[in-house]
Design a protein around this ligand. Sequence first.
Ligand code: SF4
Length: 316
Amino acid sequence: MESNIIRHNQNKLIVNEPTKIVQKIEELVLNWHITQPCNFKCKYCYAKWAKTDQKRELWRDNTATENLLKCLYNYFNGATPNALQKSLSWSSQRLSLAGGEPTILRNSLQRIVFQAKQIGFNVSLITNGSSPDVITECANGLDIIGLSVDSVSTTINSQIGRMDKSGKCLTIDDVLSLIDRIRRKNLNIKIKINTVVNSVNSSEDLSELIKRARPDRWKIMRMLPVTTTDLSVTDDEFKSFLKRHKAFESIITIEDNNDMEQSYIMVDPYGRFFQNSQNDRGYVYSQPILNVGPRAAFKDIKFCPEKFTARYKTHK
Ligand code: SF4
């Protein structure tokens, strides 16, 4: 916000109203956490949403899914006034599908990816990489794929819980072969690797993975104690992880805990906006978007456009 300007006019003191600067960004990102279940069991997992009267996750209803996507797109498209346009302007919208593990939806995920694309969104998918066939089938409809890789060590993945019931976790070869398949299917797709630094992987060196995978972006996040403090890291542990990987700084974006608060627009599997609670663990929720409309629902949660812009700009 600009500082107030004081002018003198015919001996009167006039204090201008502070003027909000409208920050220009290319893309507004909406994160839809489409489902809660996951085949992995990471101890720090954030995918734990309070139940609603609505028994089933929204993606199971094709019409409701389409309505949700259309009403979000239209609201943030500026067709009608929205809560952000006084501080932000953007030229496109991206729907980021996350979970839980979205590939659990199998064919329905593919349907939703192409539905969102048709409505006008750019689309990205965040996945743990455990279902290469589902991911590859969606690749043509995706602009970005985010692969969550905290470690390439079976021991460390097992300590985090980043493996399925049979003990299968992603090896470095699994990650590289998956990336190769995705790139062969969609030459223009951007590959992002997401790593959550926690107390178990904070000493690991992921340089070989990054050198060989050649992602467009490597997002390094500090484990956020939303649902548990188990596996949280100290400042020093986080810094030393970053220092060890300094060679990749041109593609790295860093998110410390403070950067993540109120800087994401997030929708839960039941179609409510949500944000991290500031007083407690867990989340605060809006009313269901399809019941009250996006404008009323968005008013129910806190969102900080400045933090969003700062986070977005470091991602360019
Ligand atoms: S892979 Fe993601 S959704 Fe699944 S348990 Fe781990 S953090 Fe949670």
